[in-house]
Ligand binder design. Structure first.
Ligand code: AP5
Length: 216
């Protein structure tokens, strides 16, 4: 299964992609995580990436596309993947189609996680992530760690992402509306779009997603 999760910042794409990856047995590929790894590596490219991410803007498509191309070519993605945060613009969607086509591959479905703006702010404001493993994510109200500031899974230190500060979140929401929302009609026209309400507990959202995915 080749899935894309689309939705505003903080909609729960990473949370749901982790669950789906475990149940479907395909890798969760997050461009946010790949880019943060690149930034942490401190290479010249990483420094450029960090600068853009700190403003809430989009990293240039050749960079994200290159990372995705490399990752989906790995053996564990041969039978499918869950893309989280990519594509994020019509330009990226067209580039992804062009990447898959020569291999006779196409997307199975695109799940849009719908979340009202006020809930976006609440979710992002309370998010804390693990410094040792970005896949370990918590929320101060809805999914708090047992020990404040410490990751339940590995004991790593929890911190607030730099781009989760209010002024950057506002910019990310603007970029989402301008660049990513047009993707909805792109995938609707292709017959791939599945809309899911992202409100309510994590398990309920997961159940809604499963209900809209093709079976078999
Ligand atoms: P990225 O890391 O992809 O950020 P995002 O898309 O803004 O998404 P988030 O990671 O903020 O949220 P999420 O939807 O995954 O929610 P989560 O599950 O964590 O991108 C960051 C930056 O990288 C971009 O701004 C851009 O600069 C760059 N970038 C990335 N991809 C790019 C691309 N393709 N092109 C160009 N640039 C790119 O959940 C959020 C919180 O809510 C958590 O605390 C969680 O515990 C909690 N939560 C989740 N679900 C629920 C629920 N159902 N109920 C209550 N709480 C919940």
């Amino acid at each position: 299964m080749r899935l894309v999760l689309v939705g505003p910042p903080g909609a729960g794409k990473g949370t749901q992609a982790t669950l789906l990856a475990a149940s479907l047995g395909v890798p969760h590929i997050s461009t946010g995580v790949l880019l943060r790894d690149e930034a942490r590596a401190g290479t010249p490219l990483g420094e450029q990436v960090a600068e853009v991410m700190a403003t809430g803007g989009l990293v240039p498509t050749p960079v994200t596309l290159g990372l995705v191309e490399q990752r989906i070519a790995e053996p564990d993605a041969a039978e499918g993947f869950i893309l989280d945060g990519f594509p994020r613009s019509t330009e990226q969607a067209e580039a992804l189609d062009a990447l898959l086509a020569p291999h006779g591959q196409e997307l199975t479905a695109v799940v849009l996680l719908d979340l009202p703006d006020e809930e976006v702010v609440r979710r992002i404001g309370g998010r804390r992530v693990c410094a040792a493993d970005a896949a370990h994510s918590f929320h101060l109200d809805t999914a708090p760690p047992a020990d404040p500031g410490v990751c339940d899974h590995c004991g790593g230190e929890l911190f607030q992402r730099e781009d989760d500060r209010p002024e950057t979140v506002l910019r990310r929401q603007q970029v989402y509306r301008a660049e990513t929302v047009p993707l909805i009609s792109y995938y609707e026209a292709a017959g791939l779009l599945r809309r899911v309400a992202a409100t309510g507990p994590v398990a309920e959202v997961a159940q809604r997603i499963r209900a809209v995915l093709p079976t078999g």
